[in-house]
Design a protein around this ligand. Structure first.
Ligand code: NDP
Ligand code: KPL
Length: 295
């Protein structure tokens, strides 16, 4: 399959390496310097103590070569620059969006493509320079059909999935996104504000109280019916990633823009629509905005 990967960040480089084992992959980057470095040195994939080099082709994202599938691996707030370029591509090409949160959904209406898929990434990845990515957590990628011809999602899964990099299908894209959103909306802002690793939300009794109250608000907004299972699911994530820093805490430390508008803003909008009280979510939003401004 001919695959275009948009974004040479942590997820874009991770997907480029694994998928280039069986497919013709081009990674589309924002800068000429990253394109030049990847074309010259390939991409290094680090996992535990192993390292493998993949000779991947790179190009700038201002014009995309024809492909069967484009996987969009930029952050939600980068999409305003990427959508116009995607609009120029063949409408028969399949698009797969991998952003966290639900802030990207309104953007999809601007695309006339016949098949649009959404994905949730449960791997951990960290870019270590323009040509190196570390696979920090082995997981899987869930994909679901947002718009399209029946069975396209099955075909994509069959073609992409491999033992060491699995893809699974979810029937309901909104449920899939909301499950991940629940985790990101509770764990990310709390760990970012408190400056703690994910595990502290369980192990510190005071932070755990806050975690439970925060969970309650977010679960109410998302109208989660089985809240006990949902809370257990979040506790399992905190346990499994106890030693990790959430992506929001990492972004704050690196002075990067945070994904607040894809994760917290849509929940605030939903709560206001439904008249649900969310004092903790407002406090988190204002604290994070106050700390990071518009970046
Ligand atoms: N990293 C992880 O472990 C996980 C990430 N995710 C989600 O995946 C998405 C991507 O995250 P991640 O890879 O970590 O983010 P990164 O910040 O590492 O990567 C984003 C990349 O997009 C590039 N980019 C921005 N604008 C453009 C453009 N116009 N054309 C081409 N490339 C562009 C950036 O380039 P430049 O650096 O030059 O600005 C950067 O390399 C996010 O929504 C995140 O929440 C989900 C699960 C896990
Ligand atoms: C699940 C979680 C919260 C793990 O850190 C994550 O996806 C993130 O940090 O963005």
């Amino acid at each position: 399959m001919k695959i275009g990967i948009i974004g040479g960040g942590s997820i874009g480089l991770l997907f480029s390496c694994y998928l280039s084992k069986y497919h013709e992959v081009t990674v589309y980057c924002r800068t000429d310097s990253q394109v030049e470095q990847i074309n010259r040195h390939g991409v290094n994939l680090k996992k535990k103590n192993e390292q493998q080099n993949f000779p991947i082709q790179a190009s700038v994202s201002t014009a995309l070569e024809p492909a069967d599938l484009y996987i969009i691996c930029v952050k939600q707030y980068h999409l305003n620059n990427v959508i116009p370029v995607l609009q120029q591509t063949d409408k028969n090409a399949i698009l797969l969006f991998l952003q966290n949160g639900i802030g990207h959904l309104p953007e999809l209406k601007k695309l006339a493509h016949e098949c649009i898929l959404l994905g949730v990434v449960e791997h951990g990845a960290m870019k270590e320079g323009n040509t190196t990515v570390r696979h920090t957590g082995q997981g899987l990628t869930r994909i679901s059909e947002y718009k399209g011809i029946e069975n396209n999602v099955h075909t994509v899964r069959e073609i992409l999935s491999m033992e060491e990099f699995p893809f699974v299908i979810e029937a309901d894209y909104m449920k899939m996104l909301e499950n991940k959103l629940l985790a990101n909306a509770v764990i990310n802002p709390l760990t970012a504000i408190l400056n703690i690793k994910n595990g502290e939300l369980l192990f510190n009794p005071f932070f755990n109280q806050l975690f439970q109250k925060f969970f309650q608000e977010v679960a109410n907004v998302l109208q989660i019916v089985d809240q006990q299972s949902a809370l257990q699911y979040l506790e399992t994530i905190c346990k499994n990633t106890a030693e990790n820093e959430s992506s929001m805490l990492r972004d704050i430390k690196l002075n990067n823009r945070i994904e607040i508008d894809g994760i917290i803003t849509p929940l605030i909008n939903k709560a206001e629509e439904k008249n649900i009280q969310i004092p903790l979510l407002y406090a988190a939003y204002e604290t994070l905005r106050g700390r990071t401004g518009d970046r």
